[in-house]
Design a protein around this ligand. Structure first.
Ligand SMILES: Cc1cc2nc3c(=O)[nH]c(=O)nc-3n(C[C@H](O)[C@H](O)[C@H](O)COP(=O)(O)O)c2cc1C
Length: 194
C-alpha cells in the first residue's frame, strides 16, 4: 500500500529553501509511489497562537488537540500517516515560530500513563524526518534544531532521517541550481516512500 507522508513546512517564504526542498522530497516520494501532502504552517488559520495548556487533550480518552482550528485539523491526522516530516528554516537557533506552533501541539498526541512513569501514543508506526536550512554554519542553529528533533523523536521512541543544509542561499529561488542538494532530497524522498 502507498505510504502516506505529511510534510509540515515552516517557512512563510514563497519559493524559499524550505518549500523547494519539501517539493523535491515530495516529488521523489510520489514518483516512488507514496501519497504526499505538504502543509504550509504559515498559511493555516489559527484560533490560538500556541498551545493553551488547557489539558483538554490529557483529560480526554482520544488523542488530538481540542482547539478547533486548522492546526488541530493537521495535528489530529498525524496518527493516520506513515511518515511525518518537519521542514523549517533556522530562525534564531531553532524551528520557526510558524512550525513551533504545530510542534507544541504534538503534546496532544501522547498521554501520561496512570502510574505517571511513561507515555502512550498512537505514533508507534510513524517514521520521522527533518528538512532544515540555514544561512549560517551548522553551529549557528542547525545543530540545536537537530538536537531538538532528536529529543522529540526520542520522546516518541523513534529515530529520524535528516536533510540539513548549512550556508543555504538567502535569496529565494537560488537553491534550485544546487544539484547535490537536489540529489540528496530525491534520495530522502525515495527512502521515505520505501
Ligand atoms: C528571522 C530569521 C532568523 C534567522 N535565524 C538564523 C539563525 O539563527 N541561524 C542561521 O544560520 N540562519 C538564520 N536565518 C536564515 C534562514 O535560516 C535561511 O535563510 C533559510 O534558508 C531560509 O529558509 P526559507 O527560504 O525556507 O525561508 C534566519 C532568517 C530569518 C528570517
Amino acid at each position: 500500500m502507498a505510504k502516506k507522508i505529511m510534510i509540515l513546512a515552516g517557512s512563510p517564504r514563497e519559493n524559499g529553501n524550505t518549500i523547494t526542498l519539501s517539493n523535491w522530497v515530495a516529488n521523489a516520494a510520489q514518483e516512488a509511489g507514496a501519497a504526499v501532502e505538504i502543509i504550509r504552517a504559515a498559511q493555516l488559520q489559527v484560533k490560538e497562537r500556541g498551545c493553551l495548556a488547557c489539558m483538554g487533550c490529557q483529560n480526554s480518552d482520544k488523542f488530538g488537540c481540542v482547539i478547533k482550528d486548522e492546526i488541530s485539523a493537521a495535528i489530529n491526522r498525524i496518527p493516520d500517516q506513515d511518515v511525518l516530516v518537519l521542514a523549517s528554516p533556522v530562525y534564531f537557533m531553532g524551528f520557526s515560530a510558524q512550525i513551533k506552533c504545530l510542534i507544541d501541539r504534538l503534546y496532544s498526541l501522547f498521554k501520561i500513563t496512570k502510574d505517571g512513569k511513561g507515555i502512550s501514543h498512537p505514533l508507534q508506526h510513524i517514521e520521522f524526518a527533518l528538512i532544515a536550512t540555514a544561512a549560517g554554519a551548522q553551529e549557528h542553529g542547525l545543530n540545536l534544531m537537530e538536537e531538538n528533533m532528536a529529543a522529540i523523536c526520542d520522546f516518541f521512541g523513534k529515530g529520524y532521517r535528516s536533510l540539513v543544509v548549512p550556508h543555504a542561499p538567502v535569496q529565494p529561488g537560488l537553491i534550485v541550481s544546487n544539484t547535490e542538494i537536489l540529489r540528496q532530497a530525491q534520495a530522502l524522498g525515495k527512502e521515505l516512500a520505501g
